[in-house]
Design a protein around this ligand. Structure first.
Ligand SMILES: [Mg+2]
Length: 462
């Protein structure tokens, strides 16, 4: 034996010993009752892992939280969340297309589901399934979900706070001050044109602010700037039924307050079905003002969704909601495309901690991340819905990215059961065993003459 061969053999032995030390429990065999027959821990058999079931429940909240669970043949399961204020059925109709598949084949499992996904709440089913697959895969591989999509570039996620408005600028500012006292460092205000509807001459006949009305709106921004400070990030949302020229007028009026962004200046459902896909309109607005323009909370996917806004630089920042945009994998693709165009990413969120943590894992990998929304700061039980993560979940305006496997948290069954919108906690779903929607679903045998002219009640190639 040559010196080289001896070296290789010693290295091989050493490597084998190291592997046994590291993964011993994974491959540890046990002797069956009959003696001599060996079996392995099926929870550690990724190649034969199969999705066996999908079940759901719905939490009653400011925006209801439909939560799904993907069960497998090996006991390990994954949790996901349908878009807030949606319904679990948008995920459950996909059950037939998932059962029997290996959930570790994440891209292969998601690809056939893409035709079932669309913008707004219609993206919720696909997105929930993506989250559950990443939760499952992280648990099986023993890694946090972020490792499945990229590299962690931050340990904590900055939270931005939505705040309930008031027609009294002083009351509104007081509410924002309370947000600041919790440690929040990034603020958002709703700035409905309707806030000034009672003041003579403030709105035109379309419900849009006149020059006088815009002056009143700016009083709210100024009052809030006073309490959060000149340099604190402040965004604004919900302006009313604006057209492109209205939006430009509003955004220019806000310029001196240096907002972090003006959100959804053209709002969903008010001008046409999907104003957020109208990149030409958004580009007209963004090119006419230095107030940063942002949209995206109701957009699904990169292709057919965010791509045009990004490639045409029609907005200054994008704002996906991981419960609509397609879950971790698709939202990472969207953020990467935005990064390549030099566009930052904020994240919308108004759901439960399940979807929130899916977002935190995703955002942990974004180099171009701004902040992620939380819409439950006035609901102390929000964080009690889950266990396994440090509490408070939001600590001085930030959330720590978990290092535990999968999404890194489990439902707190007792608390969730106290807050159900309707009876039933992950009950069986046999009504979704068969395809409810499908692109192509051969149904089986039918009576006919086959290709040899023989009568049969069978399947034959025609
Ligand atoms: Mg919004």
């Amino acid at each position: 034996m040559s010196t080289r061969q001896r070296t290789i053999n010693r290295r091989s032995l050493f490597r084998q010993a190291a592997v046994t030390a590291a993964f011993g429990p994974l491959f540890q065999t046990t002797t069956g009752a009959a003696g001599g027959q060996q079996s392995v821990n099926r929870n550690s058999a990724p190649s034969t892992l199969k999705i066996a079931d999908m079940r759901a429940c719905r939490v009653a909240a400011n925006y209801d939280y439909p939560i799904i669970r993907l069960d497998t043949n090996q006991g390990v399961y994954g949790l996901g969340e349908v878009r807030d204020a949606g319904v679990e059925g948008i995920a459950l109709v996909l059950k037939h297309h998932l059962v029997g598949r290996n959930p570790l084949d994440i891209e292969g499992t998601l690809r056939p589901l893409r035709p079932f996904a669309n913008h707004g709440r219609m993206g919720g089913g696909y997105s929930a399934v993506d989250m559950a697959l990443h939760d499952l895969a992280g648990k099986v591989y023993g890694v946090p979900a972020y490792r499945l999509i990229g590299q962690k570039v931050r340990d904590r996620i900055r939270i931005y706070a939505d705040t309930t408005d008031s027609k009294d600028p002083k009351v509104y500012a007081e509410r924002m001050k309370k947000r600041k006292e919790t440690g929040i460092t990034f603020f958002k205000m709703d700035l409905h044109s309707n806030l000034v509807a009672d003041r003579p001459g403030a709105l035109n006949e379309r419900g849009v602010c006149t020059a006088k009305g815009l002056g009143y709106l700016c009083e709210y921004i100024a009052a809030i700037r006073d309490v959060i400070g000149e340099g604190a990030p402040l965004a604004a949302d919900h302006f009313g039924p604006l057209n492109v020229n209205d939006a430009i007028t509003y955004a220019r009026a806000f310029e001196k307050y240096q907002l972090s962004w003006a959100e959804d200046l053209l709002q969903a459902g008010e001008r046409n079905q999907h104003p957020y896909l109208n990149w030409q309109a958004y580009k007209s607005i963004a090119d006419a003002t230095v107030t940063p323009v942002l949209t995206g909370e109701d957009i699904f996917g990169l292709e057919g969704g965010f791509r045009e806004l990004i490639e045409h630089r029609a907005v200054d920042a994008i704002h996906p909601d991981i419960e609509t945009s397609g879950g971790l994998l698709e939202t990472k693709r969207i953020a990467d495309a935005a990064e390549a165009a030099g566009i930052p990413v904020a994240m919308h969120h108004a759901g439960s901690p399940i979807g929130a943590f899916a977002g935190y894992h995703c955002a942990a990998t974004f180099r171009n991340f701004l902040a992620m929304e939380n819409h439950a700061l006035d609901m102390p039980w929000w964080q009690d819905l889950v266990k396994g993560v440090p509490k408070p979940i939001i600590d001085k305006g930030y959330v720590a990215v978990p290092e535990t496997p999968g999404l890194g948290l489990e439902l707190n069954d007792d608390v969730v059961k106290e807050h159900l919108r309707r009876p039933g906690y992950f009950e069986p779903t046999p009504m979704f065993d068969d395809a409810i929607v499908s692109g192509f679903a051969p149904g089986g045998a039918w009576p006919h003459y086959d290709e040899n002219g023989k009568w049969c009640d069978c399947v034959s190639y025609q």
